[in-house]
Write a protein that binds this ligand. Structure first.
Ligand code: NAD
Length: 520
């Protein structure tokens, strides 16, 4: 059984028509085509965005290039940029309800969760504003009397920012304020399924004082505009969050002009639980980790790796708690699991479950789509008796589906955890300090939670090992990611060592080489 909250019909809902932002002007796509978004929980069209083409992307890149090469943004003091970012953070907080509504209705996530994400996003903008003023290089006063070395941090240039649909506002907030703090200019492309809140962010940034051309926001599909954004020679860096497949494509497009790439990709994250864990806490975290954002979450704890001695109890208790999770209307404040992003994606999730059952896994709870009268929903699902070779144990299902595997020794748990291509995050549950630290050090993942799951803070770096990505977001180095370093090697006084012999008493080449001079 699943507790359901039937979606209320959106009787008064009007389709919101959005425009996109290029060089400080709002407008339609060059060819005038649009994309429509159907609310995944309510089944009605709620947003319409311009369907940008290659020409629009090129216009946006040209505007960002001009704003970087000739505009005021990279030349402002960090203090001035920081003030603008702080103003933007206040405006995000002031419009949080509107932004949360858009993310909720377009992505299908529960409204209470969307509001929480907006609070987190405003905090990230404030954190980036603080970091903006601390961006600095290094100096070396230790290179001898004749040399002073200074290492500058310079904004990298034009950054393409491409984001997915599962955390529309939060993910753009993990990238854009740091790029802006560094002095970069940007072209932003949200997912074609959830572009609304990013376009409202464009209004906020204009009102906060970001000059024209610094943030250009274009809407459209990956093949139409994402491809140009990742390959155009005038783009210096690509910051991408999305699937591992498109991440690889992004990297190969960027390789043609050797752009820097930052990639936040998929995950298949284990929660490893030992018999001495606080099981009450763990069971709650297992349910939260698996079903938060309907499991459409790169950080989802979609693999439970459970000690054999407690496996039956864990499956029983997780199933009991899963039956109490409220699934349904994303706009209802009591809903915990909302809608699935598209009908095609729901089919894919159900396909994974049927394939696992066909291969010997046991469906211990749920296992099917839910018909709630509109939109598309999936019942929270537990698959037990899963073996490490099954697709549900290795691939990102991206739905509310939990796979339970078992282990006997710590080494075996680590081996199973590390046996897949992903390495985004992991959790370990034990009251034993040694156990937690051993897992924490040996599991190859960018974040390891100990006796908690999916907590985060703007101060803590986030990113993946292996095919979960490249680079880290957030944390105190987040602004540096959007910079180049430049070495200024400065000579003090007259030339101390001539390469060509002279008769004026200066050192000859031979003498200079004796002193270790370097000419290469
Ligand atoms: P996706 O890869 O399909 O799309 C992501 C973005 O890339 C979208 O804006 C899309 O339009 C664009 N895109 C598609 N094809 C493109 C192309 N050829 N060139 C350039 N851009 C292109 O991913 P999705 O389905 O929107 O999001 C789900 C995926 O994102 C999951 O795999 C999830 O794990 C991952 N994700 C990772 C993190 C993280 O921080 N590691 C966070 C959230 C989501």
């Amino acid at each position: 059984m699943t507790v359901v909250v039937k979606p209320k019909a959106l009787v008064d809902a009007k389709v919101r028509d959005f425009q996109m932002l290029i060089d400080g002007k709002w407008g339609a796509a060059a060819e005038g085509r649009t994309l429509e978004r159907v609310a995944p929980g309510h089944g009605v069209t709620i947003s319409r965005y311009p369907a940008a083409t290659k020409a629009d992307a090129e216009r946006a890149i040209a505007a960002a290039r001009k704003a970087f090469d000739d505009g005021p943004w990279p030349r402002m003091t960090a203090s001035e940029r920081s003030l603008i970012l702080l103003r933007a953070a206040d405006m995000i907080a002031a419009r949080a309800d509107e932004l949360a509504y858009l993310d909720c209705i377009e992505s299908g996530k529960p409204i209470s969760q969307a509001k929480g994400e907006l609070g987190g996003a405003a905090d990230i903008w404030r954190y980036a504003a603080a970091l903006a003023r601390d961006l600095h290089g290094e100096s070396y006063n230790t290179l001898g009397d004749g040399t002073l070395g200074v290492v500058l941090r310079e904004a990298i240039g034009v950054v393409s920012i491409i984001t997915p649909w599962n955390f529309p506002f939060l993910i753009v907030s993990q990238k854009l304020p740091f790029a802006l703090a560094a002095g970069c200019t940007t072209v932003v492309k949200p997912s074609e399924l959830t572009s609304g809140s990013t376009l409202v962010l464009g209004e906020i940034l204009e009102a906060a004082g970001v000059p024209a051309g610094v943030v250009n926001i274009i809407t459209g599909t990956g093949p139409d505009v994402g491809a140009v954004m990742t390959s155009h020679p005038d783009v210096d860096m690509v910051s991408f969050t999305g699937s591992t497949g498109v991440g690889k494509l992004t990297m190969s497009n960027a390789a043609q002009t050797l752009k820097k790439v930052s990639l936040e990709l998929g995950g298949k994250n284990p929660q490893i639980v030992f018999p001495d864990a606080n099981l009450d806490d763990f069971i709650d975290a297992a349910v939260f980790g698996a079903y938060f954002n309907a499991g459409e979450c790169c950080n989802a704890g979609s693999r439970l790796i459970v000690h054999r001695d407690i496996a039956d109890e864990v499956v029983r208790r997780v199933a009991e708690l899963s039956a109490k999770v409220k699934v349904g209307d994303p706009l209802d404040p009591s809903t915990q699991v909302g809608a699935i992003i598209t009908p095609q994606h729901l089919e894919k999730i159900v396909g994974y479950v049927s394939a696992a059952a066909g291969n010997g896994a046991t469906v211990s709870h749920g296992g099917a789509a839910l018909d709630l009268g509109s939109g598309q929903f999936m019942s929270p699902t537990i698959l037990s008796a899963v073996t490490p070779d099954m697709a549900v144990a290795r691939e990102e299902v991206f739905g509310p589906v939990l796979s339970v595997l078992t282990f006997e020794t710590t080494d075996e748990a680590i081996r199973i955890a590390n046996s897949i291509d992903y390495g985004l995050s992991a959790g370990v549950w034990s009251r034993d300090f040694d156990t937690c630290l051993t897992i924490g050090r040996k599991v190859r993942a960018g974040t390891v939670w100990m006796n908690t799951f999916m907590d985060g803070a703007s101060e803590l770096p986030f990113g993946g090992y292996r095919q979960s990505g490249l680079g880290r977001e957030l944390g105190r180095h987040a602004v540096e990611d959007y910079t180049e370093t430049k070495t200024l090697n400065m000579h003090i006084g007259g030339r101390t060592a001539m390469w060509m012999p002279r008769r004026n008493g200066l050192l000859s080449t031979a003498k200079r080489e004796e002193k270790g001079g370097r000419d290469a």
